[in-house]
Design a protein around this ligand. Structure first.
Ligand code: FE2
Ligand code: FE2
Length: 149
């Protein structure tokens, strides 16, 4: 079986996350219960995605290139993303639909960050890793639990 490219797989995951977030945003003023379900799916899938990168992909990239400039920037952006994620989690917990400011910041932060990964990180990783190494990376990713606290 051929192993998909990391770029293809992770770019699809970024797009899937964007869709959950759009659905939350579209519904939050009308049907908050339904909106909150999309928020929960978004938040847990995003947390898992961040863990994939921080524990598997960034270290692999550093190991292969001997450089950590790009990954340090991406890690700092993850911290920023986590802050807006936590702020929005709190809004959803309080059933507060007034979250456009936090949402704008999160969307903005995620947009730039995801584009950088899709442009600079994932394609390089695909070039640097052998098929066996890519397979191992996917196995490690699937071992990260779906429900990440
Ligand atoms: Fe990331
Ligand atoms: Fe990512």
């Amino acid at each position: 079986m051929t192993i998909p490219s990391l770029n293809e797989f992770l770019t699809k995951d970024h797009n899937r996350l964007d869709k959950f977030l759009e659905r939350f945003q579209e519904r939050k003023a009308g049907n908050f219960v339904e909106a909150a379900e999309f928020w929960t799916r978004f938040a847990s899938a995003l947390k898992r995605h961040l863990i994939w990168e921080e524990t598997i992909l960034f270290p692999l990239f550093e190991q292969k290139t001997g450089q950590s400039g790009l990954t340090d920037t991406l890690r700092a952006e993850h911290e920023e993303i986590r802050e807006w994620l936590a702020a929005l989690d709190e809004k959803v917990r309080q059933k507060d639909a007034e979250s456009d400011h936090e949402m704008d910041r999160l969307v903005n932060e995620l947009g730039g960050h995801n584009a950088r990964e899709e442009y600079a990180l994932y394609p390089q990783l695909d070039k640097l890793l052998s098929e066996a190494e890519r397979r191992t990376a996917f196995e490690a990713m699937s071992a990260v639990p779906e429900e990440t606290p």
